[in-house]
Design a protein around this ligand. Structure first.
Ligand code: F6R
Length: 607
């Protein structure tokens, strides 16, 4: 989703802004632009990528400015076009503004401004903000912004510059991420850490409605009443290399290969002599024992992890679990009761729908435990308890290590809760703990030996439809596998509960239709073999995913991919691995931009 950078310092602003925008490309965008400020505002913007923007910048002569803002836009209001790209400049040419989020009452504001004689060039809600700021401007940037925020409804991160103040960069956020990078003789704003890392590791996390005024030598933060706010300085601890491809063609493959380490970092600190220890959670044994229901809420792959989590938590703890897609959750008016818990899952911790679901649960008095990868993100900060997935930064749009570490945390929660509730024997607990400990090594061993998937992917790269079937946890895994294939290779695929196929959809199976059958559940293995036979009888070409021991599958499938032996409840962590790698190679073979699939954004900060 949109990316914002801003710079004020002593270096030429254009290269800093362009390098920062490049680091935010992973968020997904369709147009880009920059404004710099010296004696006036100078703006260059274009539909397309950063290379298009760079070409356009070469064609004009921009002044040697040391103040500027930049933006990558993911279209919401109005098509991707030069004129709809950010920054947007006010009619009097004084104000330039970039925005991430959506201004909900923009039509109302537009009507008011039109009445006052303002004219608009674009279809965007953002241009309204630029004009509104200009209409309220009285020489004091902070005071003007405070007045503007009283009029605006919606979600926003704004970066603003004004030609009257070539020594000031102004910013604010609400429900959209924005960081303040603190350098020496230079300061920054950015939507995410990678855009800052080349310059500084120190940053402020802005809270909702905190306004920051950056100058070359410092950053002052104010609340909506204009009172100064003292901020804690955070320090990025992860390695710069984490945001580099390090020899891989794409971040996605690098991140697939990082899964063993990410799992180790997520699991091992939580394994102690006395079983699982869940750092930092305030849920007591008594609270866990009295839980009547758990709501899991998330979007996309995180929701798929939640679906796996439901099977595992219900099975091990006997606590009923409901899993909801966050964008649906609020609007179905969920019924909350006493002694309930809401588990929110989000890699970025900034997904707008998921954040809204969290707030809905809290508004109803339900305790929220979140599983989040980005430290200090909005979801992490607003939850009662947070369990971090220590996956490190995930840059590729399609999640891989984010998802598998979410699964790992869900297993830890299930086992911890089962122990508190006494629903698991000591021996069963031991078996699961040992299996969890082996998970990083087993993942590594699979990934080291999965080169053959490249050839398989090449064979199937020209197909346009896939079915992916499974039962129980394998069905949840089928959904994630299908999403991986769809989002990066643009091949249509459908995940189906294997037993449901015959109730209608099997009519789509014809000679040669590729069907990937995930068959890793012992108790459902025979049933899945029957489902495979049903599609084979109608001409399907079947690739099966099975545990190493289940060689019987070779009699019914055309190809078999074996995953490591594991208890049924943990297999989702392994059967997604071949599908991540398969989808990756199919996408590469089709010439797709694996890390930045069309139309997609990494962090979905609009509802
Ligand atoms: C798919 C993918 C998305 C995210 C979803 C939620 O590969 O990455 O489906 O899982 O947008 O994002 P987070 O986890 O950041 O809330």
């Amino acid at each position: 989703m949109c990316g914002i950078v801003g710079y004020i310092g002593i270096e030429p602003a254009v290269p800093v802004l362009m390098a920062g925008l490049e680091k935010l490309e992973y968020r997904g965008y369709d147009s880009a632009g920059i404004s710099v400020c010296t004696d006036g505002i100078y703006t260059v913007k274009t539909k397309g990528g950063l290379s298009d923007l760079a070409k356009k910048i070469e064609q004009v002569t921009l002044p040697e400015a040391t103040l500027g803002i930049g933006h990558t836009r993911w279209a919401t209001h109005g098509v991707p076009s030069d004129v709809n790209s950010h920054p947007h400049v006010s009619q009097d040419g004084k104000i330039s503004l970039v925005h991430n989020g959506i201004i909900e009452n923009y039509l109302e504001l537009k009507a008011e401004l039109t009445e006052k004689g303002y004219r608009f060039l674009s279809e965007t809600d953002t241009e309204i903000a630029a004009q509104l700021f200009a209409s309220l401007y009285d020489g004091d940037m902070v005071a003007t912004l405070r007045r503007m925020l009283q009029k605006i409804r919606g979600a926003y991160a704004f970066g603003i510059i004004c030609s009257d103040h070539p020594d000031c960069l102004l910013a604010v956020r609400k429900d959209s991420p924005l960081l303040v990078g603190l350098g020496k003789n230079e300061n920054f704003i950015a939507s995410d850490i990678p855009a800052l890392l080349e310059h500084t590791r120190d940053y402020y996390l802005l809270e909702d409605n905190e306004i920051v005024l950056l100058k070359q030598d410092g950053a002052s933060v104010f609340d909506l009443e204009g009172r100064p706010v003292q901020k804690e300085v955070f320090h990025v601890t992860w390695d710069f290399s984490a945001a580099q491809k390090e020899g891989y063609d794409y971040f996605m493959m690098k991140e697939i290969m990082e899964q063993p380490r990410a799992l180790l970092k997520t699991i091992s600190p939580r394994m102690t002599q006395n079983g699982i220890s869940l750092d930092g959670i305030g849920l007591t044994e008594e609270m866990i024992s009295s839980l009547r229901r758990i709501h899991i809420v998330a979007c996309g792959s995180a929701w798929h992890a939640g679906v796996v989590g439901r099977y595992v938590i219900e099975k091990l703890t006997r606590i009923p679990v409901e899993v909801d897609i966050a964008s649906e959750f609020r609007y179905r008016e969920p019924i909350f009761g006493e002694n309930e818990l809401c588990i929110i899952i989000s890699q970025s911790g900034e997904t707008a729908d998921t954040l809204a679901a969290l707030r809905e649960a809290k508004r109803n008095g339900v305790r929220v435990l979140s599983i989040v990868n980005v430290v200090g993100s909005s979801i992490a900060r607003e939850s009662d308890d947070v369990l971090y997935t220590w996956a490190g930064p995930e840059i590729a749009v399609a999640t891989t290590k984010g998802y598998t570490t979410q699964l790992a945390v869900l297993y830890l929660i299930a086992l911890y809760f089962a122990k508190a509730k006494g629903t698991l024997s000591a021996q069963e607990e031991q078996t699961y703990l040992q299996e969890l400990e082996k998970m990083p090594a087993k993942t590594e061993s699979f990934l080291k030996n999965c080169g053959f998937l490249k050839g398989l992917a090449k064979q199937y790269a020209k197909r346009e439809d896939f079915f992916i079937i499974g039962r129980g946890i394998d069905y949840a895994a089928a959904m994630e596998s299908s999403l991986k294939l769809k989002e990066i290779s643009y091949i249509h695929s459908e995940a189906y509960a294997a037993g449901e196929l015959k109730h209608g959809t099997i009519s789509l199976i014809e000679e040669g239709t590729p069907v990937i059958a995930i068959a890793t559940q012992e108790s459902l293995f025979e049933k899945l073999l029957s489902n495979i036979k049903e599609v084979k009888a109608r001409g399907a070409k079947v690739i099966a995913i099975a545990k190493e021991g289940n060689r019987a599958i070779e009699d019914v499938a055309d190809e078999v991919i074996y995953i490591p032996e594991a208890p049924d409840l943990l297999t989702a962590s392994y059967n997604v691995l071949p599908m991540q790698v398969f989808a990756y190679h199919v996408a590469v073979a089709r010439g797709c931009n694996v890390d930045k699939p069309r139309n997609l954004a990494k962090s979905v900060t609009v509802e």
